[in-house]
Design a protein around this ligand. Structure first.
Ligand code: HEC
Length: 148
């Protein structure tokens, strides 16, 4: 009898673990949704939105922005911002294609602020980039809107 109980107890713990494991796996393979469906729209404070980009988007500024984007952003967003980076399919919420009007219609100040603070899986760049580097990344993101 005692053996049976131990066995049942062990079995039920095993099934519980499997069930929890199953839920975790199911959550990971659920097709990614855009975060705004989950977290609500991502809006920047008014003063951040009004902040002007101090850099002119010269070829060298955009090239610097591209280098930084390849270093810190392309793993999720993909080289051209199409949300096709190697980590994109593992994100619980997929980022939007950065070339879309939904992104390109945002002011430089809004993009700068979002890139600075991050949200969800997208980490803050507060300690990894200078302001000028972040503005250069904004200029690179901007250049993606010009591509077909
Ligand atoms: C770990 C993956 C990951 C990395 C790395 C990452 N992002 Fe994101 N990014 C996301 C996700 C996920 C979202 C959607 C966030 C949301 O809507 O809450 C997002 C959203 C955005 C948005 C759009 C915000 C909007 O209005 O919907 C921009 C712009 C952006 N990222 C730029 C960048 C830049 C620039 C970098 C590099 C400095 C970067 N991201 C790095 C995952 C990432």
């Amino acid at each position: 009898m005692a053996t049976t109980f131990v066995t049942l107890g062990t079995m039920s713990r095993l099934f519980t673990a499997l069930a929890i494991g199953g839920v975790v796996i199911a959550a990971e393979v659920t097709p990614a949704k855009h975060n705004s469906a989950v977290l609500g729209l991502w809006t920047a404070p008014t003063e951040a939105a009004a902040r002007a980009n101090p850099l002119t988007a010269t070829t060298s500024v955009v090239a610097l922005g591209r280098d930084l984007f390849m270093r810190d952003c392309a793993s999720c967003h993909g080289e051209r911002g199409r949300a096709d980076g190697p980590l994109a399919s593992w994100l619980p919420q997929k980022p939007l294609d950065l070339a879309l009007p939904a992104i390109q219609s945002q002011t430089d100040g809004v993009l700068f602020w979002k890139i600075a603070v991050g949200r969800g899986r997208m980490l803050s760049t507060q300690n990894t980039m200078t302001d000028d580097e972040r503005w250069a990344v904004v200029d690179y993101v901007r250049s993606l809107g010009d591509q077909p």
